[in-house]
Design a protein around this ligand. Structure first.
Ligand code: NAP
Length: 252
């Protein structure tokens, strides 16, 4: 089960963190990969590692907040592989501020990076999936897309991830007729470039221990089993699902 051999998977935000971990996990399951981000050097290093698993890998420099760049990347990926089976929307970033102090630029930056980008990438690659009447779309939202929080003022991030959660349901309903599923994963706290400076503080670690039932940060690679399941042929009847992988943060 969950063999991805012969499948072509696109992962945005693959140059670091959760995206790069999923890219390696998908390659181990046999998928060919298209990996996207702005830092091409990092993608090329990862591509070497991925090819060592015996699969193909195409690194593409792409700013996902620029729809022209996204469309160009989709064109190149289709030229290279002739089809796209799996899309993981993982790219993301944030400017943290509270609702009373956030500037327009901080708001726009976060909504563009975390929500509008998911629309651009889904539109571009979803149209390729439609041609083949097959697709698995997995959006990396966040547990912060399901609830608020009392540790960190980050209203635009909550808003955009909440948007991704309901975008997922709408797309699942709309694209089911093309045999395309769309699901979201809502990660909890994982130590990555995006979160490291916040997570390492004693204060935040104490907050995490008090609010995450499992009592620890997520380990590298702990999103992979959920993502691989949702990407697999076997998950054909699973769509519109919002899957928290958060150590229980959203269950209490
Ligand atoms: N870590 C957590 O605790 C956590 C929790 C919940 C949700 N998430 C979500 O998980 C996803 C991955 O985050 P991460 O924690 O792995 O952080 P990360 O290590 O900082 O990775 C973010 C990735 O997104 C890419 N990216 C950012 N802006 C981009 C843009 N405009 N165009 C293209 N690529 C862009 C970055 O690549 P370049 O800089 O090379 O472009 C990088 O590969 C994000 O959507 C994040 O919101 C993370």
């Amino acid at each position: 089960m969950f063999d991805l051999t012969g499948r072509v998977a696109v992962i945005s935000g693959a140059s670091s963190g959760l995206g790069s971990q999923m890219a390696k996990g998908f390659a181990k399951q046999g998928a060919d990969l298209v990996i996207m981000a702005r830092r091409l050097e990092k993608l090329e290093t990862l591509a070497e590692e991925i090819r060592a698993e015996g699969v193909k890998c195409l690194p593409l420099k792409c700013d996902v907040t620029d729809s022209a760049q996204v469309d160009e990347a989709a064109k190149k990926a289709e030229e290279e592989f002739g089809k796209i089976d799996i899309l993981v929307n993982c790219a993301g970033s944030a400017k943290n501020a509270g609702v009373l102090n956030m500037t327009n630029d901080e708001w726009d930056f976060t909504i563009d990076a975390d929500m509008t980008s998911v629309f651009y990438v889904t539109r571009a690659f979803g149209n390729i999936m439609k041609k083949n009447n097959y697709g698995r779309i997995i959006n990396i939202a966040s547990m912060y897309g399901l609830v608020g929080n009392t540790a960190l003022d980050t209203v635009a991030y909550h808003t955009s991830k909440g948007g991704v959660v309901n975008f997922t349901r709408a797309v699942a309903a709309e694209l089911a007729k093309y045999n395309i599923t769309c699901n979201a994963i809502c990660p909890g706290y994982f130590d990555t470039e995006l979160t490291h400076s916040t997570l390492i503080t004693e204060e935040f670690t104490a907050y995490m221990k008090a609010t995450v039932p499992v009592g620890r940060y997520g380990y590298a690679g702990e999103l992979n089993p959920g993502a691989i399941f949702l990407a697999s042929d076997e998950a054909a009847y699973v769509t519109g699902v919002i899957l928290p992988i958060d150590g229980g943060y959203t269950c209490v």
